[in-house]
Design a protein around this ligand. Sequence first.
Ligand SMILES: [Fe+2]
Ligand SMILES: [Fe+2]
Length: 323
Amino acid sequence: MNNKNSNLLRYQKYLDNWDSVSSVRSKPNKYQMTSEHLDAELNERRWFIKEGVPILEHPLLKGMDRECEQYLLGRFLLQFLEYGTILEHEFVNTILADMALGESGVPIPDRMRVDAFKIYTDEAYHAQFNMEATQQIRDYIGMPVSEAWPLQNSRLIGLRKLIPQNKSRENFLVRFGIVVASETIAPKELTETMKGIVIEPIYNLFVDHAEDEKKHCMYFSALFEVVWNYLSDDEKQYLGLIFPKILKSFVDINKVALFDALAKIGVDKQSAKMIIDDSYPEDFCVKRALSVASSTFFNLERLGVYSISGVRDAFKAEGFARA
Ligand SMILES: [Fe+2]
Ligand SMILES: [Fe+2]
């Protein structure tokens, strides 16, 4: 069996059982949070562990009252879940629909087209349960959807800026690269973030989401190979050169949301800037990418992306010294 076939078979083994393993098809909804339930949970606990939100360690926030701390932790969780809803809908599912319907111009096996729609269905469910949880959190912290929906997100702003506006081949390549990064990072990022979750329904949501994403990661590793092998040399170089920028944007700190949340608890702009700059040093994003994107880097290596002229230097220019 050649390598190409073994990658396809590996992911297919999991999607063969989609009816009995995917969250939307087989798992009960254990993600509901009533305000009574939240009153009881949050009386003792916080929304998220403090250590997961570095700004809370900053000297300028020392001595902050519990209510403000709870608000910042709630906002952190809220922005992560809300970002998930938009990412699935705006980026992941648009590429999956292109793949399923054959609109990308890249021929893929019939079986992969159907599987693209299975994953599309998973992602629509993730968008839905994330949105429901964000509405419950928003209602609880007094920030209803009618106020500031959606929350601005630095990552999404950065990713959108990378996409050429016209409906060109480059437009597809950047959107495809973003989704490959997203889908090969998601299982690890969800698992890492999950370590800080303390509220039970939210924990259940993260567990089920991460389980689905492990299968998606296998599909996208196989799909990346199929698409990559079809691209021309110029297209491979274009995608290879932009990949480090995609990765960096993908792990960017959501500073827009941090400034907003700090302003809401009365921190002035200058102090907020100091708190954010000190808490997230220059190399924070690259370190984070190296910790959550191991599957992405593995795929880039496996497909020979670094051997394309200029790609290694492009990674170095973005701070990925070890590429
Ligand atoms: Fe997802
Ligand atoms: Fe996914």
